[in-house]
Design a protein. Structure first.
Length: 334
């Protein structure tokens, strides 16, 4: 099969290769991959900011395709089914554990920039019928994470959620927040992106470049109350402000490390308002299944800012790595 390998941690180290076709064993399926989408995690690996067991590796955690061959003892899927392989297929459900996170696609397991991948049937989820392969490939990390974010705060009509930036996780969080009936406040560095977020249902908009004290602006926009949920996809640069923007008893859902992880905070902002600070590491197959069900029920269309051919992998990675150049997800099709 044709594949792309990343030979070392460098944005210039993608090389096309031909590898033996993988063969499914008992309980496994062979998937013909059709699309992948990028997450910041893929970039972090390609620039040496995330440890991996070894190079070369087949990069990109998230993908989608169709079942080509089923192994023996496979009951849930058949050839031709459109499917999404999960990022951490060993994590079936329940709480996170070291065993659950031991196998990660694009890191310790083969990623999505290959014609074929073998997966256990327990590690794949049906692709919602209203989505194409590239849209479906957006679900495993970004979709699942955003789903877990809105569930962490039990959003409902009347809730307020703050969403930082307009990247992959944030746009899914906006779509799920609106599906929950919540009021969504979106921040961005770009007025044009804020306008696009408004088209997707964002109620209140804050440009964090022209309003660096965006947390104060959130308090003004909520009559001093603050937000029930702040989805912090950024990390060090925003975490202290996220705590300030949250309402008493609110939730700060912390997933991002775009700007580093060494945040300096005043603990009293957590103690005094009795905040819930919820960490998250993507999610389980069960979480992805639930997210896909919600996406189907609400006819949510994942937002693809740009789509590249697999031959343009380096360009796609560089575009993402430049930061702030995209809206929603970047897809790679093959
Ligand atoms: N732990 C988990 O479960 C989990 C899962 C998925 C992702 N993540 C992490 O979450 C982060 C976001 O991932 P992603 O894939 O959504 O990335 P992404 O698509 O690159 O989105 C990043 C966006 O963040 C915004 N941003 C950057 N600096 C900002 C700042 N100082 N203040 C506010 N917004 C800022 C920008 O939005 P504008 O261009 O609109 O300004 C940018 O487009 C990454 O660190 C990723 O590793 C964690």
């Amino acid at each position: 099969m044709k594949a792309i390998e990343l030979t070392e941690p460098s944005l210039d180290a993608f090389r096309p290769v031909v590898l033996p076709d993988p063969v499914p064993g008992p309980g496994e399926v062979l998937i013909r991959l059709r699309a992948a989408t990028l997450n910041y995690l893929d970039i972090a690996i390609a620039i040496g900011n995330f440890p991996v067991p070894r190079f070369p590796l087949i990069p990109v955690a998230d993908g989608a395709g169709e079942v080509a061959v089923v192994g023996t003892n496979v009951s849930a899927f058949k050839a031709g089914d459109r499917v999404i392989p999960h990022f951490m297929p060993r994590w079936q459900g329940g709480p996170i554990s070291p065993a659950n996170v031991a196998g990660m696609r694009g890191i310790s397991l083969p990623g999505s920039l290959a014609e074929y991948v073998v997966m256990p049937e327990t590690g794949i989820v049906a692709l919602p019928s209203h989505l194409d392969f590239a849209q479906g490939a957006a679900l495993p990390i970004a979709g699942t994470t955003a789903w877990n974010a809105v569930r962490s705060a039990e959003l409902r009509p009347g809730s307020t959620v703050v969403i930082l930036g307009t990247g992959g996780v944030s746009i899914f969080a906006l779509q799920f927040a609106k599906a929950s009936g919540a009021t969504a406040i979106v921040t961005s560095s770009s007025d044009e992106k804020l306008e696009r977020a408004k088209q997707l249902g964002a109620d209140l908009l804050v440009n964090y470049r022209s309003t660096p004290e965006w947390d104060d602006q959130v308090l003004r926009l909520t009559d001093g109350r603050g937000a029930d949920l702040v989805v912090d996809t950024v990390g060090e640069a925003t975490f202290a402000r996220s705590l300030k923007a949250a309402a008493f008893g609110g939730t700060v859902f912390t997933v991002g490390f775009l700007t580093g992880t060494a945040a300096s905070i005043d603990l009293f902002s957590i103690i005094g308002k009795a905040l819930k600070v919820v960490g998250n590491n993507t999610g389980s197959v069960a979480d992805l299944t639930e997210a896909a069900r919600a996406i189907t029920a609400q006819r949510i269309a994942p937002v693809l800012g740009q789509t590249f051919d697999v031959a343009e992998t380096s360009v796609a990675f560089s575009r993402f790595a430049a930061g702030g150049q995209h809206f929603g997800k970047i897809a790679i099709v093959q």
